[in-house]
Structure formats: structure tokens, C-alpha cells
Design a protein around this ligand. Structure first.
Ligand code: FMN
Length: 207
């Protein structure tokens, strides 16, 4: 599968084995990842949790400032079965990935955008970006904080979904936003990231 293909993701599974309370009680930032690939199903489930469409009028798993749905989610897989390395953009309405960069080193480039992220060898990095101009029209100076809040909701969904799937995850707020502009669509700003993989099972406090 080439990175410029459109990838239809497996349908998200609407049920889980753990209660929300158990997931909340056990979520932890885990920065030590095993070299075990994620499956396409797991990546699709994480993206659905992040920004999946859950109603006929296009509303999503996470709330959105002014209902503008300003976020765009990119994923850079390092080791994911049936998904070539590269850079992909999530299309929520179709639950698909659009390949936007086929460079095999894209994972490394994205990891470099995460100030500390390159030290964590996750199986996939999720980059949360957003479009500010429409929010600015509605919210003026509040646009950037509101975009960041929206990204926070979406990122938390990824972290909780990862916990529910028995995966390790860590949110990364330290991002070289200007450097990210090299890889993402014009008009978008990178605001947050989540790294995900199978847990290596060793303690991984922030260095
Ligand atoms: C906005 C935000 C930014 C963060 N950025 C980073 C980061 O750049 N690198 C990192 O290793 N952890 C990062 N973290 C994770 C925190 O270090 C972690 O959540 C905190 O130590 C509490 O631990 P816990 O997540 O296991 O409960 C971030 C967390 C938040 C909420």
C-alpha cells in the first residue's frame, strides 16, 4: 500500500471490555514502547475516538468550539500492520486515511517536530492540528486557546481509547509548530500530539 493511497479503516468497535471508571483510574503516560506493531484496526479505533463522526449531522466524538470542527488529525505510522510508513490525514466523514506524504522517514520528521518525542520510539504518532481563521472570525483572540482546548478533548479521547486497548500512550505538548508547517496542509497549525504503541512494561517517567 503506497502512502498516497486512500486507506479505508476497519469499522470502529463500539463496545469495550473495561468500564470508563476503570480506564480513568488506570490511564498513565507511558513512554516506553515495545517494538510490536499496532494493527490498522487499533489505529482506526484511536482515530475514531479522536475525531470519529458519531451523528448524522456530522458531530464527532469530541466537542468542538462553535461546532466548527476545526481539527485535522495526522498520523505518522512507524510500525503499523498494513500501513506503509509516511504521513496520513484522517478523513472523519469517511473514516479513511488520505496519504499525504510517502517519505519513509516521515515518522522521524514528525518525531523531530515533537520537542522531546524523538526519544520515545512509539509505533505511531498522532499530530493534532487545526484551522484558526474561521475560529478567529467567531472568537477573535480566544481562537487559539479554544483550538487548544478542542485538541485537549480529542487527545484525551485518544489516551483513554489507548488505555482501553491495553496500549501505552503519552501526550506531547512541546511541539515545534513552525517546523510542523513543512508537512501539514497550508492554513493549519499543529497544537498537540499523542504517541502510542504497545507497552514495553518498564517504568517511563518523564526524563
Ligand atoms: C498539555 C500537556 C503537555 C504534555 N507534554 C508532554 C511532553 O512534551 N512530553 C512528555 O513526556 N509528557 C508530556 N505530558 C505528559 C505529562 O508529563 C504527564 O501527563 C504528567 O506527568 C502526569 O502523569 P500521567 O499522565 O501519567 O498522569 C504532557 C501533558 C499535558 C497535559
Amino acid at each position: 500500500m503506497s502512502a498516497f493511497d486512500t486507506v479505508t479503516l476497519p469499522d470502529p468497535v463500539p463496545t469495550g471490555e473495561s468500564s470508563l471508571e476503570h480506564i480513568l483510574a488506570t490511564r498513565r503516560s507511558d513512554r516506553s514502547f515495545a517494538m510490536t506493531p499496532l494493527t490498522l484496526q487499533q489505529v482506526g479505533q484511536l482515530l475514531w475516538a479522536c475525531q470519529g463522526v458519531t451523528s448524522e449531522d456530522g458531530k464527532r466524538t469530541a466537542p468542538s468550539a462553535f461546532g466548527l470542527f476545526s481539527l485535522s488529525i495526522y498520523v505518522a505510522p512507524r510500525i503499523v500492520t498494513s500501513l506503509d510508513q509516511g504521513l496520513y490525514r484522517y478523513i472523519p466523514a469517511q473514516h479513511q486515511l488520505e496519504g499525504v506524504g510517502s517519505d519513509k522517514d516521515m515518522y522521524r520528521f514528525i518525531a523531530e517536530v515533537l520537542v522531546e518525542g524523538s526519544t520515545y520510539d512509539s509505533a505511531a504518532d498522532f499530530l493534532l492540528t487545526g484551522s484558526l481563521p474561521p475560529l478567529k472570525e467567531k472568537k477573535g483572540d480566544f481562537a487559539l486557546p479554544e483550538l487548544c482546548l478542542e485538541a485537549g478533548h480529542a487527545a484525551q479521547n485518544v489516551l483513554l481509547q489507548a488505555t482501553s486497548l491495553g496500549l501505552a500512550s503519552v501526550p506531547i505538548g512541546a511541539i515545534h509548530a513552525e517546523q510542523a508547517k513543512e508537512f501539514i496542509a497550508e492554513g493549519l497549525d499543529a497544537v498537540y500530539a499523542v504517541q502510542v504503541g504497545h507497552p514495553a512494561g518498564i517504568s517511563s517517567d518523564r526524563p
